[in-house]
Ligand binder design. Structure first.
Ligand SMILES: [Zn+2]
Length: 372
């Protein structure tokens, strides 16, 4: 079975390489913002809105005169940025359509890319080679990798490489097409999975995945640094330093969370033949839920996304329960339903007397849906 996947790892760059990468990211950001402005101007003037190909042609012509600095970077960087812009508009028009058909979505017009959140990223295609300790990219040459042997050196077809900066660190994400063995139809059990706030995921067989302990302390540190930044005077060197520390802390939280999610979703899709998940309306919960922060930290969307694609790799069907399925309210033993407050950690059934951890009760209810 042929699959597409990405491998992301940190780069170990010298100052010259950092400057070159920053220049590429700058070119990508410039092209994106320039293209966005061109599209908006054309629309405002009632002219034909230029496509990615039109914009690419126009930009190439400008390169010969006022934008000669673009010769210093790979031609892919601005070109791919214009493709991204086209994608952003495609998503925008799709959301407009969805909104018109009555769906509750935020339309969100494509926005300019600012340097506020770091230097950004750029994507390269063409001659890309991976070695044990380095990756070779067009124009940038060989860039050292911090972790050896993570990127695949053979057996894959490389499609592109995206280089990005976050918190002062540089990363490369390699997009590849690769062949993996077709999933074999083994006898594997099925399970219901309840995504929680106290525990990352409770499985109906009684096992569970904890939120990593490191996440809590990393979050505390993040909050503290956020306060430090807001206290520092704008434009001061001390504030800049605090902003850099904050970006690092953000990165750490995101990494801890991602690692934990990957472990859980790999383990689940490899050991189960079907999984039933709760279909939470995550975006609605985020808006008006006091636990929005905690929910965001568990990364429910990411959890679902990973389960879906890994399910296809390892032969595990992933199902979503109906949004109104009362997984928390229902007793998994007798089917009686009652209101359960968030504070109640134990589900106590007045009807049949069952007492059970509330998340486990919910997970068992979800599993039972698979037999319907
Ligand atoms: Zn009961």
């Amino acid at each position: 079975m042929k699959i597409l996947r990405a491998f992301k790892t940190e780069l170990d760059l010298n100052n010259q390489q950092k400057t070159a990468c920053a220049r590429h990211a700058g070119a990508a950001r410039f092209a994106y913002n320039w293209g966005l402005a061109r599209k908006q101007a054309a629309f405002a003037n009632g002219e034909k809105v230029p496509s990615a190909i039109d914009l690419h042609r126009e930009l190439n012509a400008l390169k010969k005169s006022e934008l000669s600095w673009l010769y210093e970077v790979s031609k892919c960087a601005p070109q791919e940025a214009l493709c991204d812009l086209e994608q952003a508009f495609a998503h925008f028009f799709r959301r407009v359509k969805e909104k018109k058909s009555g769906k509750n979505v935020k339309v969100g017009f494509p926005r300019i890319k600012s340097k506020k959140h770091g230097l950004g990223s750029f994507r390269l295609t063409g001659a890309i080679h991976v070695f044990e300790k380095a990756i070779q990219l067009p124009r940038l040459g060989q860039l050292h990798l911090k972790e050896r042997g993570y990127l695949p050196t053979s057996g894959v077809h490389i499609l592109s490489a995206t280089v990005s900066e976050k918190g002062g660190c540089w990363f490369v994400s390699l997009q590849v097409a690769m062949e993996i063995p077709d999933p074999v139809m083994e006898e594997k059990p099925v399970a219901g999975v309840d995504l929680g706030i106290n525990r990352m995921a409770q499985v109906s067989d009684g096992t569970y995945f904890e939120n990593p302990r490191a996440l809590k302390s990393a979050l505390t540190k993040l909050k503290r640094l956020q306060r430090v930044v807001s206290r520092r005077q704008k434009g001061s060197a001390n504030r800049q330093k605090a902003v850099r520390q904050l970006a690092k802390a953000h990165l750490r939280v995101a990494n801890i969370r991602k690692d934990a999610l990957h472990q859980a979703t790999t383990s689940l899709t490899k050991t189960k033949s079907a999984i039933m998940l709760e279909n939470l309306n995550v975006s609605a919960m985020m808006q008006n839920h006091p636990l929005a922060q905690a929910i965001a930290d568990v990364g429910m969307y990411e959890f679902r996304r990973q389960l879906a694609y890994k399910g296809a790799w390892y032969g595990c069907e992933v199902w979503l329960a109906d949004r109104f399925f009362p997984s928390t309210k229902r007793c998994s033993q007798c089917g009686n339903e009652k209101a359960v407050s968030l504070a109640e950690r134990v589900y106590a059934c007045e009807h049949c007397g069952q007492r059970m951890d509330r998340d486990l009760n919910a997970a068992i209810n979800l599993e039972q849906l698979l037999y319907c």
